[in-house]
Design a binder for this molecule. Structure first.
Ligand code: ZN
Length: 299
């Protein structure tokens, strides 16, 4: 491994500090980042802090070479991990890493697809089956149908058009579509997400396993006018995959979306479920309600 291209940061000191708080062995997670059209330099420390502060996870960070540099050394071994968190949207990984990742997922590994990770790799067939829905990067009707909620169910719309867009940012209501799934059980059926992008017109194979939350994309704010699936699990091999489209992070402290308690709680619950199939985390008292947003800083 050449550290100039690829470094794994193990937060050993922090692990030492939080271990006594955790009732059981922490979940070993690998977070992949290093290229993104978003401010990955800001998102990965926030996600890592969020996960490790919970006491449930230890996080290694796999940071890719910069865009345009050789990716040859970016060979990832997923076998030590229970969970892979995708915060990457950039150059193709080496084929060995692709195959290692697919084997990890097919054998039952846990995956969390975070925000613009669903922009990545528009032409990698299996990756798109792992995310189920994606956007931008040239996606269109050849990528699969638009998938959205209508008349009490998900519809697949094969009409031609671009995949992936969003209007202006605003707080919006998340509506639960499955209240018995471990990730959503006990959470309010409706809660207000703090100001964030609302991904719409996403396209892909659409192999959603369990739809967890939708939100209405406001056409008067540049949205689709549809009820969009924003959080769901994905049907792929034996893998447990949690996809959250929430959590935009940009430069200059533009990370209000990940300070939403609703984002944080669903993200952590999705991480635990993807890794273990269960959720044992308690729901905090400051979870947002149907009428009130709720935020807290991660650091
Ligand atoms: Zn974004």
């Amino acid at each position: 491994m050449k550290h100039i291209f690829f470094k794994v940061i193990t937060c050993a000191l922090f692990l030492f500090c939080v271990l006594p708080l955790a009732a059981k062995k922490p979940i070993k997670a690998l977070l992949i980042t290093g290229q993104n059209n978003h401010y990955w330099q800001g998102s990965y420390p926030l996600l890592t802090e969020l996960m490790e502060n919970s006491g449930y996870f230890t996080v290694d960070v796999a940071q890719s070479p910069a865009h345009g540099e050789s990716m040859d050394q970016f060979i990832l071994d997923f076998t030590p991990y229970d969970l892979v968190v995708l915060d990457y949207n950039g150059d193709a990984w080496p084929e060995t890493t692709n195959q290692n990742f697919l084997n990890f997922v097919k054998k039952g590994g846990g995956v969390v697809v975070y925000h613009a990770a669903d922009n990545a790799f528009p032409n990698w067939k299996e990756y798109n089956e792992i995310i189920a829905l994606g956007g931008w990067e040239g996606r269109n009707e050849k990528s699969g149908p638009w998938v959205y909620w209508k008349d009490g169910g998900l519809v697949k719309d094969y009409s031609p058009g671009a995949g992936g867009s969003h209007g202006e940012r605003y707080p919006y209501t998340m509506t639960c579509r499955n209240t018995s799934h471990p990730i959503t059980k006990g959470l309010p059926t409706e809660w207000m997400h703090f100001t964030d992008e609302l991904y719409d017109r996403m396209r892909g194979p659409g192999n959603i396993k369990t739809l967890l939350y939708t939100a209405s994309s406001d056409a008067t704010k540049g949205g689709s006018g549809r009820e969009e699936p924003l959080m769901f699990t994905v049907d792929f091999g034996k893998g447990r995959i949690f996809h959250t489209m929430l959590g935009h992070v940009g430069p200059n402290n533009d990370h209000a979306a990940v300070e939403c308690v609703g984002f944080q709680v669903t993200f952590l619950r999705g991480c635990e479920w993807a890794a273990t199939g269960k959720v044992t985390q308690k729901i905090p008292d400051n979870f947002p309600t149907a009428t009130q947003t709720s935020t807290q800083k991660i650091k």
